[in-house]
Write a protein that binds this ligand. Structure first.
Ligand SMILES: [Fe+2]
Ligand SMILES: [Fe+2]
Length: 255
């Protein structure tokens, strides 16, 4: 049984907390998702808050670490329902503003809110937020991996990368684990997802080249298991060589 939250990094003024939502009854119908809360001094930053269906559970768990009214930003890697369909509820429950790709700012209101003054567009090349007690959240371009307007989030204080759908794994029922141990076995849960959901190898190579410039302690994807430092070089090498998405058009179209 995997727990529902865990502190992945902590110092006097900073915490990086993972939340892993999973419903054992509907596991096969509803993909498991990871959420992250960064707490710096008295301010919170919530990454990929999740689906509307899971709002109550995630909010209750987040509230154990930080009062909801201290969340400063909700930050979305992209526009998908598993990332953001809870956004209307989060905007009501907090005073936070939502950061999302400029491509999606005019679409996400369709999740059910009208106050666009709380929306901030992330430009294509990314954005940096400075945190009050030191450190930055760096929104790094991850376009076409898989969404056209897509980002990964690097916390310079903990050196943890939240990679969104990149690195996601989908486990068979009862097989889920929190940290990757056996990389070869893990690939069997992650390869099919990447072949179909990621844009193409050119986008992967672009992202990998950029990511190699950052010192990274661990990678937290939006689904599946956390990739520890010892597996990161293998993970990046694998992504760099992967054929996916538009590289495989003939296979997906069937002619
Ligand atoms: Fe997605
Ligand atoms: Fe996702």
């Amino acid at each position: 049984m995997v727990e529902s939250s865990k502190v992945l990094y902590e110092d006097d003024d900073h915490q990086y907390v993972w939340f892993g939502w999973e419903d054992p009854d509907t596991e096969e119908a509803l993909v498991q998702s990871n959420q992250v809360l960064v707490v710096n001094q008295d301010q919170g930053y919530l990454f990929d808050p999740g689906g509307a269906f899971i709002f109550a559970e995630v909010a209750a768990e987040v509230n154990k670490y930080l009062p909801l009214d201290q969340i400063r930003y909700l930050i979305a890697t992209h526009q998908d329902p598993d990332v953001l369909s809870s956004v209307t509820l989060w905007l009501k429950a907090t005073n936070a503003r939502l950061l999302v790709s400029r491509l999606w700012v005019r679409f996400v209101s369709h999740f059910g809110f009208s106050d666009t003054s709380r929306l901030i567009a992330i430009e294509d090349r990314g954005k940096i937020i400075k945190m009050p007690a030191g450190g930055e959240i760096v929104m790094l371009p991850a376009h076409f991996l898989h969404s056209e307007g897509n980002f990964s989030f690097y916390d310079s204080r903990s050196k943890i990368l939240f990679s969104g759908d990149i690195g996601a794994a989908v486990f068979p029922k009862g097989e889920r684990y929190l940290f990757v141990e056996d990389w070869e076995k893990h690939l069997t849960y992650t390869e099919g997802f990447h072949r179909r959901y990621m844009g193409n190898n050119a986008a992967l190579r672009k992202w990998v080249t950029m990511i190699r410039d950052y010192p990274i302690e661990m990678i937290v994807p939006q689904h599946g298991a956390i990739i520890g430092k010892e597996h990161i070089p293998k993970f990046l090498d694998w992504l760099e060589g992967l054929q996916c998405g538009t590289d495989l058009l003939d296979e997906f179209y069937g002619f």
